[in-house]
Structures are given as C-alpha cells and as structure tokens.
Design a protein around this ligand. Structure first.
Ligand code: SF4
Length: 399
C-alpha cells in the first residue's frame, strides 16, 4: 500500500511555532507548479510499480492553489504513477456521493484516500464549489483552537469563527471525511478551554482529530520571542494536564490509535497509518521525504534550488541507506506510538535473535514501572507510558 505525499511550500503568513518548510511569499506559485509536474515525471519509477492507495497534499498550505490547479497535479500523478485503479479517473467526489446510496457490493472494495490540508480562511463558497470537481475526498483542516486568543498567540491567519464556518460549509457540501488539527499546551489555553475545544470538535461530528503538544522548535519565531521575554514560556505541567484530559475523546467513542491521533472507528488516516506501519512512500516538493524500505531520501529545503534544479530535469535530494539498526530503531519508535503496538515476533523475524533478546531485556524495567505492557508478544505503552514516549523508545534503541 504505497502512498504519495506532495509538499506545497506556501503560506499566507508564518505561524510563530512553525518549523515546516514554507515561505510567506506566493510569487513563485506558477514556477513551483511547473517544477512539481517535472518532479512527478522524474520520480515515476521510485515506487517500482507498487500501486498507490493514498495521496496526501500537505505543506505549507495547499489550499492557496485553486481546486483546478490541485486537480491538474492529481491528473499528472494519475498519468505517470501507478495509482490504484480505485484512484483512476473519473473518480470525483460527486461520484462518491452518488455511490453513497449503492450497496457495498457495488462500491469499490478499497475506497481511495486523497487528502488535502486546508486552512479555514480558504474555505470560501467558490473554493468548495471547485473542490467538488476534484478527486479530494478527505480534508484536514488546520483549526488549532476554537478560541481567538490562542489563534492570535500562535499567529494563525484565521479566526475561530472562520474555522467553524469552514467545517460546516464542507459538511453541507457532502464532505464527511474531515480531520481537524488542535494544539494544546498554549499558555493562553486554560484547562477549561482545552476541554471546550475537544467538546466542540465532538459536537461538530468530526470523525478524526489530531492533537499536538505545542513545542518550541529552535530558530522559530516562538523560540526567539520567548527568549526575548516577549511571550510566556510553555509549561510542561500544563501540556501533561491537557494530554490527560483527552480521555474525554475516548469516552466519546474515539480510538486513540496513535499518540497524536484520535478517530471514530473506520476513520483512521490511511496515509499516515501506512507511514507508521513501514509502508513505502514517495515525497514530492521541497523538503519532502521518501522511503522505499532500504533507503530514505529528502528533497532540498530551498524553494529556489528546488525550482531551478527540478525544472532543469535534475534531482535535488540527499539519500541515506538505512542500516538494520536504524530500521529496528524506527520500527520501535513508530510502532510504540500506535494502538497496534510493537510486535516482538516481527523483531525476531526481521532483525534476528540477538536484537530480539536486546529488545526484551531493555523493555523489562519499563514493564516493571508500568510504562509498558505486554500481551501475546506485542508491547504497548500504558497511559502513563504515553507521557514518556520518547524516553521509553530511546532506551530500547540499538546505538
Ligand atoms: S499554516 Fe502550517 S505550514 Fe504554514 S506557517 Fe502555519 S503551521 Fe506552518
């Protein structure tokens, strides 16, 4: 189940906390589109013919392009890459909606998942009308908070009112497969407001909710403003309290299927789940990463260099071959974050008896401290252990 990720590197303004590669100027949008189409051609053999079941447009802000331009990109992908037959044209949303009434036997066995990250201020009536003529069938909305003071603190370009309007407008247009992002641990976000954010998401019938702990990444505006004393420091205790309050989502019927992701049953992100399960993916656009099972590569994080090199038919990525230790570390780190857990039999099969023994011995102290639990050879983080995910995983790494 391979996937394709497309990184659209433009934003309206830079959010204070952001360390994704994006630029706040939009003047290179046409040149980027041209370069991206060239990269789609250049990478046509990367996935070695594996059928592609998911496509994800992230960024940056993909919704700064028109639906027609985004559909053009999907059209180029469908011509040059082995998209699953379910993804092949014609498969617009209008067709999906028509098929709602059909029996499951008449619908495609494995529905495609084509996601676009979208910012609330881009969800105009005209945008939604255009979207209905594209193949996007899952929308991930960057809400972050339903309170204005938090959005201001984060330097988001939209308001809380716009976020609610955007969700309702998309739902009225027939989009049910919606995800929203929320951020906790913001100094302006009280415990009550965090709970109200979660309640608002549930009452809006959002089937997928991603929740991220606010972190201060080096060299971001947030880092600089905090160091200058212009913004309040982030409290770790506050973030832990917010994390614990997400129990509310479980009580409301959501699966906590990955440390930062909750979904109603059946609404998990197929694209991201495939990352966590070690499936192969191709990343296009500046700073995008690709993985084919044996090596990882990442495109240059520079828009000018990406456009110049890719347009000239040259590649602009660095690559590393993954050692068995690196692949083991990655498996432990990603699998422990999910509800599917870390399978010790897989460690034995893929990495051998010595690594299996190392894993079991290293896990033992965490089982005694009740940060890990084991069931039929599968290891899971306990609720308490989830507060120390990185520390536990790194103690299980081969160095
Ligand atoms: S919209 Fe997203 S990618 Fe753009 S600056 Fe804000 S957080 Fe970063």
């Amino acid at each position: 189940m391979a996937g394709i990720y497309i990184h659209i590197p433009f934003c309206r303004c830079k959010c204070h906390y952001c360390n994704f590669f994006s630029v706040a100027s939009r003047k290179h949008k046409p040149a980027f589109l041209h370069a991206l189409k060239k990269e789609i051609e250049l990478t046509r053999d990367y996935l070695a013919g594996q059928p592609v079941h998911t496509v994800y447009f992230g960024g940056g802000t993909p919704s700064l392009y028109t639906p027609g331009e985004l559909q053009e990109i999907l059209g180029s992908l469908a011509t040059l890459h082995p998209l699953s037959s379910a993804l092949r044209p014609p498969y617009p949303l209008t067709l999906l909606l028509k098929e709602k009434g059909k029996s499951s036997a008449q619908r495609p066995a494995s529905p495609p998942e084509i996601t676009m990250e979208i910012n609330p201020d881009d969800v105009t009536e005209a945008f939604v009308a255009g979207l209905r003529n594209t193949w996007f069938n899952r929308l991930s909305i960057g809400v972050q908070s339903f309170f204005e003071e938090d959005l201001k603190w984060l330097n988001r370009s939209h308001s809380a009112v716009q976020a609610i309007k955007a969700i309702k407008r998309l739902q009225e247009a027939g989009y049910t497969n919606i995800s929203i992002d929320l951020i906790y641990g913001i100094p302006t976000l009280t415990d009550d407001h965090w709970e109200q954010n979660l309640e608002q998401a549930v009452s809006l019938k959002i089937p997928h909710i991603s929740t991220y702990s606010l972190t201060v990444e080096p060299h971001t505006a947030l880092d600089i403003l905090i160091n200058k004393g212009k913004l309040e420091k982030i409290s770790e205790e506050g973030s832990i309290r917010h994390f614990k309050r997400m129990q509310y989502l479980r009580e409301a019927g959501y699966l906590h299927y990955e440390i930062s992701n909750f979904s109603l049953p059946g609404s998990e992100s197929k694209h991201n789940s495939n990352y966590w399960k070690g499936e192969h993916y191709l990343g296009l656009g500046p700073s995008a990463h690709s993985f084919n099972g044996v090596s990882r590569q990442w495109n240059v994080a520079s828009l000018n260099e990406y456009i110049a090199k890719t347009s000239a038919g040259e590649s602009c990525f660095e690559m590393e071959q993954l050692t068995p230790d690196q692949r083991y570390n990655e498996y432990v780190m990603t699998s422990l974050r999910t509800m599917w857990g870390c399978d010790s039999q897989k460690i034995m099969d893929d990495f051998g008896y010595t690594v299996y023994g190392f894993f079991k011995n290293s896990a033992l102290p965490f089982i005694e401290k009740e940060l890990l639990r084991e069931d039929k050879g599968i290891y899971y983080l306990t609720d308490e252990g989830q507060l120390f995910t990185d520390q536990v995983s790194s103690e299980l790494f081969m160095v």
